[in-house]
Design a protein around this ligand. Structure first.
Ligand code: HEC
Length: 178
């Protein structure tokens, strides 16, 4: 008898905890209590959860991708051009600051001159192809084939350590108003 009432008590406690969590979550969702303004930075715990979710998700999915043995110079050159015209205003480039408004996005688009070193080419390819939900990172897969995406990824991986002059030479004509 004692054992049964103990397990009923435990079950009721567990159900009450779940209901309470649900009530708190619905209250946050419906009352507008969470400030979605980009001018209001996430609290550390939320930022950590979003960053970790993003990194783990990309690493897990990119691991299944087959990297081409070689990406031709012409394809990388096309990737450089795409980078200068569609990525640099958000992510910056050697000798080129990202647009000032990019720093006011949440999450902030990182400077790829530094951040590209942390990702392997398959991860860069995956991010560029699929984009990142709930951030300003667009998916380029719908408008670019895999070959073009590998060219972009290969160029992004060359950014760390690239000088402004090398970037200028690689993208020269492609830089519109930068
Ligand atoms: C409108 C702005 C915008 C444009 C344009 C854009 N990105 Fe992004 N990108 C972002 C944001 C914001 C993030 C951060 C996402 C996050 O932290 O969840 C990001 C993240 C990334 C990352 C992961 C970096 C890291 O360390 O978190 C890579 C790699 C990347 N972008 C590459 C590119 C490439 C290559 C292009 C062009 C083909 C591009 N992006 C165009 C906004 C942009």
């Amino acid at each position: 008898m004692g054992k049964i009432s103990l397990s009923i008590g435990f079950t009721l406690g567990a159900v009450a905890t779940v209901l309470l969590a649900l009530a708190v979550w619905l209250t946050v969702v419906y009352t507008g209590a969470y400030n979605v303004a980009a001018t209001d930075k996430h609290v550390d715990l939320v930022r950590w959860a979003l960053d970790t979710t993003m990194h783990r998700s990309v690493t897990r999915r990119a691991g299944e991708i087959q990297e081409p043995e070689r990406v031709s110079k012409a394809v990388i050159a096309a990737g450089a051009e795409t980078y200068a015209t569609t990525c640099a205003h958000c992510h910056g480039a050697p000798g080129t600051e990202r647009e000032s408004w990019a720093a006011n996005m949440r999450p902030e688009p990182p400077e790829l001159v530094k951040a590209a070193a942390e990702w392997d080419p398959r991860e860069v390819f995956w991010i560029v192809k699929h984009g990142i939900k709930m951030s300003g990172m667009p998916a380029f897969g719908p408008e670019h084939d895999d070959e073009a995406l590998w060219g972009i990824a290969a160029f992004v991986k060359q950014l760390p350590g690239m000088t402004a002059a090398e970037y200028e030479a690689a993208t020269g004509a492609a830089q519109h108003g930068q």
